[in-house]
Design a protein around this ligand. Structure first.
Ligand code: HSE
Length: 292
């Protein structure tokens, strides 16, 4: 038996749509695998009632098939599905790491990212790797031209998850298919600023670099109260705010010592719109790890 802890992740970070991602210290999924002749999947925990146990439809099952590694897989969900916190990626990445160890397959982390990305295809229709890359490597990751660059980074992060459901499929259907030159220049500038901020562990640069005028405005419309939550977070000491992954999570980068204030302001702002939410005061963390 192998047990793996696989972290929540946040993709995009505003200016890095389908490119940037970070691993979060918490929440996380716990995945247990045992050798079997045929794959079976049991899911418990947060939102487990919405997750298919059919191995052909479950990200972990798709990964087991891709690795030719049948197993009894038990997933304890700490990362709620349809949250924007890389729920399907945590299960896919954790299963890939666990089965690689269980059957001594010897795949590298980079190879496991692309195998786990096939699990993402089952969940959202696209094999994007911007969640599975940080779920496996940890830190801040850049996926570009099928290459992964992983950078160690250490910054506090607040993610606020409202009780709204937004599927990645529907969030991908609203994004614009063309853009003007000014938006392109602005996005490249912000993405470069954010990357520099990650190297320097500088919350001001990272917060500034989250800004995106192309994808985020269309997606934030799917999150009731987004603008007031963003304003409340900035007023409470966030350097920048954006949609976490495909939403509905809202991500904020707090200034030093302001995590609790930012988290509380975001929950209060959602509540004043009649929406319950849960805020995690977390930080950029490590990738999936075997702990048993
Ligand atoms: N980059 C993907 C998207 C991540 O935003 O659609 C999904 O979590």
């Amino acid at each position: 038996m192998v047990v793996v802890r696989a972290p929540a992740t946040v993709a995009n970070l505003g200016s890095g749509f389908d490119v940037f991602g970070i691993a979060l210290d918490h929440p996380a999924d716990i995945i247990r695998v045992e050798p079997a002749k045929k794959t079976t999947i049991t899911v418990v925990g947060s939102g487990s009632q919405y997750i298919p146990c059919d191995p052909k439809k479950n990200t972990a099952g798709v990964v087991a098939e891709a690795l030719s590694a049948p197993a009894h897989i038990t997933i304890d969900k700490g990362v709620r599905p349809a949250s924007g916190l890389g729920s399907s990626a945590a299960s896919a990445a954790g299963t890939a790491i666990a089965l690689n160890a269980l059957y001594d397959k010897g795949f590298s982390k980079e190879e496991l990212v692309w195998i786990a990305a096939e699990g993402e295809r089952a969940a959202s229709g696209a094999a994007h790797a911007d969640n599975v890359a940080p779920a496996i490597f940890g830190g801040f990751t850049i996926v570009s031209n099928n290459k992964i660059t992983a950078i160690e980074a250490s910054l506090p992060v607040v993610v606020c998850l409202p009780e709204i459901s937004v599927s990645t499929r529907s969030a991908r259907s609203v994004i614009p298919t063309s853009l003007d030159l000014y938006s392109h220049i602005n996005t490249v500038g912000n993405a470069a600023t954010l990357t520099a901020g990650m190297f320097r562990n500088d919350p001001l640069l990272v917060g500034h670099g989250l800004d995106d005028s192309i994808i985020t405005p269309t997606r934030s419309n799917l999150i009731s109260g987004y603008e007031s939550v963003k304003t409340a977070a900035i007023d409470a000491g966030a350097t920048g705010v954006t949609v976490g992954g495909s939403g509905p999570t809202v991500l904020a980068i707090p200034k030093k010592g302001r995590s609790r204030h930012v988290a509380s302001a975001m929950v209060t702002a959602f509540f004043s719109q009649g929406i319950l939410s849960k805020a995690y005061q977390t930080k950029i963390g490590s990738g999936a790890e075997i702990y048993l």
